[in-house]
Write a protein that binds this ligand. Structure first.
Ligand SMILES: Nc1nc2c(ncn2[C@@H]2O[C@H](COP(=O)(O)OP(=O)(O)OP(=O)(O)O)[C@@H](O)[C@H]2O)c(=O)[nH]1
Ligand SMILES: [Mg+2]
Length: 479
């Protein structure tokens, strides 16, 4: 490989060890190839490129390969049919020219799948050997490594499924060291860690004479990762300000209920739109195979459900909600019976705060409705949780149970004292960040009330920047 040329990197290994999954995660592409929990999912070599996001220049060409299924059988064939005095490459070339490799063999020996892998190995600069870390070190894996070593290119073992309890990494490392494979990397393609990915590239770079392309790739990925994170926090800050500035007026003579429900619906829609922006930013699109995080119940639950507040350790009393209703002139008892809400009363008026702010309002009998601090805090917490989940989800994840970075535990209100009541929230409910408090007095900031979203967005942009830096500080402390 010459200096300044793209690295040709083959991804090889036993069948079903997660090769295609690793490619999906490295490519940030939930659609790459086919991933299934069964042998022989990938049938052909498939190529993909990691490019410079500005110039399109190729840093690395990755080759996904079919899984090795019968390396021991192939090893027997090589021992029987090629001369041990020949070097590895010659022996492999002899194999590639034989009937068993071309699929023309009659009888039991058909190594055409293995041949595809070996052909690609001989055409690559280096290889990643993917190991299912849950597997014991079996003879067939040793044979795989022997055959790979004959291709005479640097090979780096990568342990997948490292998140599992049953991982046997020590045994594997002992065996690998005996084969002179001293550098390996842990990289779980589902439970993603950005630092692990960087270590993977770094380790590959140490095995090469010319590693400029990898250095540039690492630098760009690090910058992009930080930029994504900044953008994500701005998306969240902007959404929170939009909701905090949301205000509706009701006069004493109006029935406030329809307005309450409209407000709640507007906030729900706005939260969903924000969640989709985050998903798109991190390139998790709706995909028939890969469940998106939004399919997880935790992110779909109604933000106005008082049980949800409780599960995040946010205190609200049903008294406050009832009080808000009464303040609006709604007869709580009548509500309960006519709407059949009963104990769910907090649910309907929850999250909305009524406030008679000015003397003028008092005289004219106008009340203003806002989204309450508890709900704003909940929306912030949940958005930051989603961001954490996205930052730790590999693009190979195929189901929702593989999603949650930290399972949220439902905590009992009584067990909390004042200090830890906001353990999971970025701030205590009664201490909203100044930007959100300020937004309360700026109805023109909200596209939810005015509908003029671009104008409102440009008005809140400064506050969004400053709130986003606070969110980042909070969030990093939690992650
Ligand atoms: N939990 C978990 N599952 C994984 C991980 N990597 C892969 N899987 C799952 O393992 C199975 C096999 O993954 P693939 O990526 O298709 O494996 P492969 O090595 O490409 O398989 P072949 O193409 O058949 O050789 C799929 O069900 C994946 O969802 C991982 O890091 N963690
Ligand atoms: Mg595959």
């Amino acid at each position: 490989m010459a200096s300044g040329e793209a690295l040709k990197l083959a991804v090889v290994g036993h069948t079903n060890t997660g090769k295609t999954s690793i490619l999906r995660t490295l490519l940030r592409d939930v659609y790459f190839g086919e991933v299934k929990n069964e042998a022989a999912t990938t049938r052909h070599v498939e190529k993909a490129q990691l490019t410079d996001s500005h110039t399109g220049e190729v840093f690395v060409t990755l080759y996904d390969t079919p899984g090795l299924e019968d390396a021991s059988g192939l090893m027997d064939w090589l021992e029987d049919n090629t001369a041990s005095r020949r070097d590895g490459i010659e022996r492999l070339q002899q194999f590639l020219a034989a009937d068993v490799a071309t699929g023309e063999a009659t009888g039991f020996d058909d190594y055409s799948q293995e041949a595809k892998v070996i052909r690609q190995l001989l055409a690559s600069d280096m290889a990643i050997y993917v190991v299912d870390a849950r597997e014991p070190v079996l003879g067939k894996y040793k044979d795989e490594l022997t055959i790979l070593s004959w291709a005479a290119i640097p090979v780096m073992p990568v342990f997948n499924f490292t998140d599992s309890q049953e991982a046997n990494i020590d045994d594997w490392q002992t065996m690998l060291a005996r084969r002179n494979l001293h550098i390996s990397t842990r990289f779980d393609s589902v439970a993603f860690e950005f630092a692990d990915e960087m270590r993977l590239w770094q380790n590959l770079a140490t095995m090469l004479t010319h590693s400029e392309m990898l250095e540039r790739l690492m630098q760009q990925r690090t910058e992009n990762w930080a930029r994504l994170y900044e953008e994500a926090n701005i998306i969240i800050a902007d959404f929170l300000l939009n909701v905090a500035a949301f205000v509706q007026e009701v006069s004493d003579d109006d029935d406030p209920l329809p307005i309450l429900t409209q407000m709640q619906e507007a906030v729900r829609q706005s939260e969903r739109a924000m969640q989709h922006k985050l998903l798109n930013l991190y390139r998790f699109y709706d995909n028939a195979v890969a469940a998106t995080p939004l399919e997880l119940q935790a992110y779909q639950q109604d933000p106005f459900d008082p049980e949800l507040l409780k599960s995040y350790g946010i205190r609200t009393t049903s008294g406050a909600a009832a009080g808000a209703l009464l303040g609006l002139g709604i007869d709580a008892a009548a509500l309960g019976t006519t709407l059949g809400l009963g104990a769910a009363l907090g649910g309907i008026a929850g999250g909305i705060l009524s406030n008679t702010s000015s003397i003028a309002d008092k005289i004219t009998g106008v009340k203003r409705l806002y989204i309450d601090p508890a709900t704003l805090t909940l929306l912030a917490t949940r958005a930051l949780d989603l961001l954490t989940a996205l930052r730790h989800r590999g693009h190979a994840a195929t189901d929702a149970t593989q999603l949650l970075y930290q399972e949220k535990t439902i905590i009992d209100e009584h067990e909390l004292n004042d200090d830890d009541s906001h353990r999971f929230t970025p701030w205590p409910t009664h201490k909203l960040p100044s930007e959100l408090k300020k937004a309360r007095g700026k109805p023109q900031w909200s596209s939810l009330s005015s509908g003029k979203s671009e104008q409102a967005e440009s008005l809140r942009i400064d506050a969004a920047w400053s709130l986003s830096t606070k969110l980042q500080a909070q969030h990093l402390g939690r992650e």
